[in-house]
Unconditional design. Structure first.
Length: 112
């Protein structure tokens, strides 16, 4: 089942509780990075999704998949990012990314 865009993993919530100043600094850095980016929100989310997949970071993939959906990216487009990862990151990384994306979108039937 799809999770709402505002879903926050328990580990992230605890991090913010344990280290509020670090979380605030991280928020400020994220805002500065976004302000320095020439990309619109939709493009930035697709890029971050691809970067998370390449880093084999399931939390980053899931988070950016949720945020990309909120920015108007379709499930098929999310899956296309996973397919494109095959030639750069390898088949196992691509399949893992597809799994993490499908966990967010709930395995909807739409195909790219």
């Amino acid at each position: 089942m799809s999770q709402p865009a505002e879903y926050l993993p328990d580990v992230y919530v605890r991090f913010r509780e344990y280290f509020p100043q670090v979380a605030t600094a991280q928020d400020a850095l994220a805002q500065e990075v976004a302000a320095a980016s020439p990309f619109d929100e939709r493009t930035a989310r697709l890029l971050k999704l691809a970067l998370g997949m390449g880093a084999q970071a399931p939390g980053a993939v899931r988070s950016n998949a949720r945020r990309a959906l909120s920015a108007g990216v379709s499930p098929g487009e999310l899956r296309a990012v996973a397919v494109m990862a095959i030639t750069t990151c390898g088949f196992p990384t691509s399949i893992a990314g597809l799994k993490w994306i499908d966990e967010v979108i709930g395995g909807e039937a739409e195909r790219p």
